[in-house]
Design a protein around this ligand. Structure first.
Ligand SMILES: NC(=O)c1ccc[n+]([C@@H]2O[C@H](COP(=O)([O-])OP(=O)(O)OC[C@H]3O[C@@H](n4cnc5c(N)ncnc54)[C@H](O)[C@@H]3O)[C@@H](O)[C@H]2O)c1
Length: 386
């Protein structure tokens, strides 16, 4: 079972004297410029951006200028560290996946905690190498920001409520995106190359819904059987589409269908989860990444065909009311969580490498099963790193 999620206590740090945490961005591409920089800007009193690095110096400069005059732009993490490393308290890494492990090693060895974009690493071996470098106050927090969303918090409480949901029994997950729409003509994009992305659709975007299922159910993946396709423009064993059967702890079973190469599809993440007494049900909605979750509980005796449609209520509004802290948004809350752990000199209570271990382990097992054509066990957290 996954470690219990502690409620976010960032309010402590909102109400006390702000300590502007000295941070840097490693990578200045899409996710840093759109999401992480915005999360920093939500609470400018809590963060001081000392530097930004990117191979593309212009991209680094564009972000650094937002934090002028404090922030400087660099071409590499080495240059950045040489200039501002002695003051740095944390870094946010948003580079292509194959650079996560080297960045992790570089900053952990220098005593700097890391908020690492998903996937935290390309493989379990890499994750465990980072784990071995962690020490008190020096850690990696995985960037699975969906765990901080209001809807996810509500879903977790609903599913964990035995009277309302009962034990989870089975699920169906989907993640679909048209890759040409995403890469917009860049046929050399790193996400197409298994050596740079660590795999295909599952590690790049399927990871979100796999990790969310673990968060909501509190169960871990045990076993997978996968089949898929490896169509162009993907290379180096990056799967373009994938269908997976899963066994989880608690006897939960289910499926994932993920595809980067449908001719037409809205970019969408979808989860259907059934419990002994309740259900969570999500439909795709055009132009929305994830449609609203509908929940139903304590089914009446179904005696008519029409009853099957009754009782489903959208949860989005009630979720916000019940979790006021989650109005912050996932990216901001995960950054507040990261800051709090640094200020308290401890690991984060959410998205530590231990918590993220099974998410990376199931991706490893899917990749292995795609190659072997067999059912593969999901590696367990070893006693050394648990
Ligand atoms: N949480 C989410 O919802 C979400 C969404 C999109 C992307 N991501 C993740 O964010 C990360 C980055 O994705 P992106 O979409 O921003 O990619 P991107 O290609 O837009 O940005 C990556 C940046 O890294 C830079 N870079 C490459 N090599 C570098 C090096 N050696 N040193 C410094 N910078 C280097 C590139 O020049 C580029 O600007 C990935 O891990 C991705 O999976 C997360």
């Amino acid at each position: 079972m996954e470690a219990v999620f502690c409620r976010i206590r960032h309010n402590i740090y909102m109400s006390t004297k702000p300590h502007p945490l000295k941070i840097a961005f490693i990578g200045a591409g899409g996710i840093v410029s759109h999401a992480h920089a915005a999360a920093v800007n939500k609470h400018p009193e809590f963060y001081q951006v000392l530097g930004v690095c990117d191979l593309n110096l212009e991209a680094a400069q564009t972000i650094a200028e937002r934090y002028s005059p404090d922030a400087q732009a660099f071409r590499s993490m080495e240059e950045l560290y040489d200039a501002v490393g002695s003051e740095l308290e944390g870094v946010i890494v948003g580079t292509p996946h194959f650079l996560h492990e080297p960045a992790g090693i570089f900053f952990l060895e220098r005593g700097i905690p890391i908020l690492m974009e998903k996937p935290v690493t390309c493989s379990l071996d890499e994750l465990e190498r980072l784990q071995a470098l962690e020490r008190p106050g020096v850690f990696v927090q995985a960037g699975q920001m969906q765990r901080f969303d209001a809807e996810a918090l509500w879903m977790r409480d609903f599913v964990q409520d035995a009277a309302k949901f009962g034990s989870p029994t089975s699920f169906d997950l989907n993640i679909w995106q048209n890759i040409q729409g995403y890469i917009q003509g860049n046929q050399q994009h790193w996400i197409l190359d298994g050596n740079k992305a660590g795999g295909g659709i599952c590690i790049s975007v399927g990871i979100h819904v796999l990790d969310l299922l673990r968060f909501v159910t509190g169960e871990d993946f045990l076993e997978v059987t996968a089949t898929g396709r490896f169509d162009p423009p993907f290379s180096n064993q990056a799967e373009s589409s994938c269908s997976v059967l899963f066994k989880m702890s608690g006897g939960v079973t289910g499926t994932l269908h993920a595809s980067y190469t449908p001719s037409r599809v809205p970019y969408s993440q979808r989860m259907v989860l059934f419990g002994e007494r309740g259900a969570l049900y999500q439909d795709t909605v055009m132009k929305q990444y994830a449609g609203p979750m509908m929940a139903v509980s304590e089914d009446p005796m179904i005696t008519k065909f029409a009853d099957m449609y009754g009782g489903f209520e959208p949860i989005a509004e009630s979720a916000k009311a019940a979790y006021p802290e989650a109005n912050e948004g996932g990216f901001s809350l995960q950054l507040l969580h990261f800051r709090e752990a640094i200020l308290e000199g401890r690991k984060p209570t959410q998205n530590s490498l231990e918590i993220n271990h099974n998410t990376i382990a199931v991706l490893d097992a899917i990749a292995a099963s795609l190659q072997s054509g067999k059912t593969e066990a999901v590696a367990a957290l070893s006693a050394l790193t648990a």
